[in-house]
Design a binder for this molecule. Structure first.
Ligand SMILES: Cc1cc2nc3c(=O)[nH]c(=O)nc-3n(C[C@H](O)[C@H](O)[C@H](O)COP(=O)(O)O)c2cc1C
Length: 339
């Protein structure tokens, strides 16, 4: 048993360069191309589509944004959060993972957005938890530089804790909808979280319903030791770009060992990603197109099952599309790790 995920982003399809690109190349920003894409993935029994994101226009090559914009490499890039409900309304089972950065969202806004999306997608939304890795992004949010690498992950740990507390600030039986007493919610079951941590202070409670299944599915791509620790601690599914089979095995074994310490279990599963991943360590002298031609890195997806279920609730679950297996055999992430 293995899982399939597709890694992509909300950008112009590369077919715009060709004579056969059709209307999709011009109208990608309507989302219709991605709706069609998501429906095809569902037909092909994929578990999820993962929408990468970043928050800047890079100017790493030659000190200008010319190459990036000329070849639409990193921009324009639209917000996957708003694409997610479109994809969900056109599909039934596909998980839809949107990227949201813990360095720039306030925890309350992120928890609220994902709770809203959880209902709009009928429990099929996932969160690709990134800490961001470009100073250019930080400069769009009032900072000169990002926080130091490991400190971003320390903040992210606290961020996830707050998001989970907020999602849990509505008790399971808080919504009563009692037509006799005209009580929609029982106020005594909706409680402030009064979080006062090292980095954040959040009162709560959340002003949305709690997400379906308690929380969304978490995706992560930790590469450094601290990043791997974060991924092993939190993620339900981990994506990575490893150069070759030995590197993939090393990554899997390392994550597995780390995950066991957190009471999680790494199940098998791997697929090539749809495109080469271009890490930020791109040197200034490397032309991005040349670099991409010379660095084809196979990707790998591992699925992690959390055994320490959140507050006793079932974690967010994407149901694998039925395909030819029939509805009764559809599986969620919750089930899948045990096989
Ligand atoms: C396949 C893959 C997809 C990623 N997608 C994103 C993304 O959408 N947004 C982002 O800011 N970072 C993304 N990253 C970067 C990771 O979040 C992380 O910063 C990177 O893997 C380096 O890990 P480290 O910070 O632990 O060294 C991605 C990484 C990989 C390998």
């Amino acid at each position: 048993m293995f899982h399939l995920g597709w890694f992509t982003n909300f950008m112009p399809p590369k077919s715009w360069r060709t004579h056969w690109g059709g209307h999709d190349a011009e109208e990608w920003a309507t989302g219709k191309f991605y709706v069609d894409f998501a429906k095809s993935l569902e037909r092909a029994c994929f578990d999820y589509i993962m929408l990468e994101d970043s928050l800047m226009v890079p100017d790493i090559f030659g000190g200008t944004a010319e190459v990036e914009l000329k070849h639409s490499l990193y921009a324009p890039k639209h917000d996957p959060v708003h694409l997610a409900p479109l994809l969900a309304s056109a599909t039934e089972h596909l998980g839809i993972i949107a990227t949201m950065s813990t360095s720039f969202y306030p925890p309350f806004m992120l928890a609220r957005t994902l709770a809203t999306l959880s209902h709009l997608t009928n429990g099929r939304v996932g969160w690709n938890i990134v800490t961001s890795s470009e100073h250019r992004s930080a400069q769009n949010f009032g900072m000169d530089e990002l926080w130091q690498h490991d400190s971003r992950y320390d903040r992210a740990d606290e961020f996830v804790e707050i998001a989970e507390l907020l999602w849990d600030s509505w008790g399971d039986d808080a919504v009563v909808m009692d037509r006799e007493t005209w009580a929609y919610a029982d106020y005594s079951k909706v409680r402030p979280i009064d979080f006062n941590g090292k980095y954040y202070k959040v009162r709560g409670p959340l002003n949305t319903l709690p997400p379906k299944h308690g929380r969304p599915v978490y995706c992560q791509a930790g590469g450094s030791p601290r990043g791997r620790e974060f991924a092993a601690r939190h993620a339900d599914t981990i994506i990575t770009a490893a150069a070759g089979i030995p590197a993939m095995k090393e990554y899997r074994n390392d994550i597995r060992a780390r995950a066991e310490r957190f009471g999680t279990f790494l199940s098998r599963g791997g697929i090539p990603l749809d495109q080469e991943y271009r890490p930020q360590r791109l040197h200034h002298e490397d032309h991005p197109l040349e670099w991409m031609k010379n660095h084809s890195i196979p990707g790998f997806v591992g699925c992690v099952k959390r055994t320490n279920a959140l507050h006793g609730k079932q974690i967010g679950a994407f149901h694998a599309p039925h395909g030819d297996r029939g509805p009764d055999q559809s599986r969620s992430f919750q089930d899948s790790g045990s096989r």
